[in-house]
Design a protein around this ligand. Structure first.
Ligand code: SF4
Length: 249
């Protein structure tokens, strides 16, 4: 839920989700359509589908327990390096560095004053870990990037400014092209992402004809509409026919 989404937006939907699906079993047993309904409002519905598939894999292959290893987590649908590292560290206290966009900026600016490849960023991030529980260190690095070393950095009040290489040595900002640092998101208004969300919202409660959906979502040409419907179908989120409905896998 937190990928590409600010944590304050996630709190409400997360509480609702965890109340309805308190265990992997409860999520795995539900049809996908119900998971999509509870997820609605968060955007990026492919993540809901991946989470549902992951819950089923956890039940079928791990006896209902979330795997407590980086490799086990990576084998789950929708779980990449960042999520596997974060869950390994924060839930299971394993010695792994978390590399998100906040941490990526801190590494490139404060530690090396140059852009880092993915491999280098992993090495630098890992070299900072002390023995024992990695969670406090990772949380501190994320907070440093989120509160001070932002896209527009707040060096004046930054607690590591005296040791920061970019601050001391100067030069072009090394963060934007460094591994882990996300590019600014494309504009949402009028985007395919927004229209896909609106199409999905129209069929949340009941199947609808194409004409009804198009009336509800407003101006969109035939070719674009069919392309978006097809992309939702390919992603396994809807079923198409005379009516369009949520997928019920
Ligand atoms: S001093 Fe500035 S550039 Fe360096 S880590 Fe702090 S906020 Fe980032």
């Amino acid at each position: 839920m937190l990928q590409q989404t600010q944590s304050l937006r996630v709190v409400g939907p997360w509480l609702k989700f965890i109340e309805r699906f308190p265990t992997p079993e409860s999520c795995a047993e539900a049809p996908l359509s119900e998971v999509l309904r509870v997820w609605s409002g968060l955007g990026y519905p492919r993540r809901a589908r991946a989470l549902h598939s992951a819950a089923r894999q956890i039940v079928n292959e791990h006896g209902g327990a979330v795997p407590a290893s980086y490799e086990g987590l990576r084998s789950l649908p929708g779980v990449g390096d960042y999520t596997a590292s974060a869950v390994s560290s924060f839930a299971f206290h394993l010695p792994l560095a978390v590399l998100d966009t906040n941490v990526g900026r801190v590494l490139a600016r404060a530690l090396v004053n140059r852009s880092l490849s993915a491999k280098e960023a992993r090495q630098v991030a890992g070299s900072l870990l002390a023995k024992g529980d990695s969670a406090p260190h990772n949380q501190a690095m994320i907070d440093l990037g989120a509160l001070f070393c932002r896209s527009i950095p707040r060096c004046e009040t930054c607690p590591v400014s005296r040791a920061c290489r970019w601050r001391n040595e100067g030069g072009p900002d090394p963060a934007p092209k460094s591994a882990g640092v996300s590019a600014p998101q494309a504009k949402f208004a009028g985007s395919d992402r927004q229209l896909r969300g609106r199409i999905l919202r129209e069929v949340l409660d009941r199947p609808q004809s194409r004409a009804m959906i198009r009336r509800a979502i407003g101006e969109v040409d035939d070719v674009r509409f069919e392309r978006l419907v097809e992309s939702l179908r390919r992603d396994g989120l809807i079923e198409t026919g005379r009516l369009i409905r949520l997928a019920d896998g």
